[in-house]
Ligand binder design. Sequence first.
Ligand code: ZN
Length: 115
Amino acid sequence: MSFYEDNVADGSHCMSCCQYIGEDVGYPRACVQCGGEPGAGVGGKAAKRVRMRMFEDWLQRTGVAHTKHNNGYHVVMTLPDGRKIDVWPSTKKWQLRGGKMSRDGNALNRLVRGK
Ligand SMILES: [Zn+2]
């Protein structure tokens, strides 16, 4: 995974000058010097809430057993076959235990639904 994918795509670093901005927000953004918004950026916190709510809706529909940690920022899903998936809904990141970190929501959906 490149620096861009790992640090710029999730918004922790400026998409223009690559300087550190702050916590992951799950989408690329620019720092204040490059025309970005101070703090979490435009709609940053709102977007995070929307992602977490959409994830929650999806999670309920899957019916998969899960536990929540850190106020729902970290969710551990347990598939019927015992495999565990760590999900960080606010950043759209997920990882099958022992596997690679991903942000592909469709792949997660296929994995969980067994299709
Ligand atoms: Zn910048």
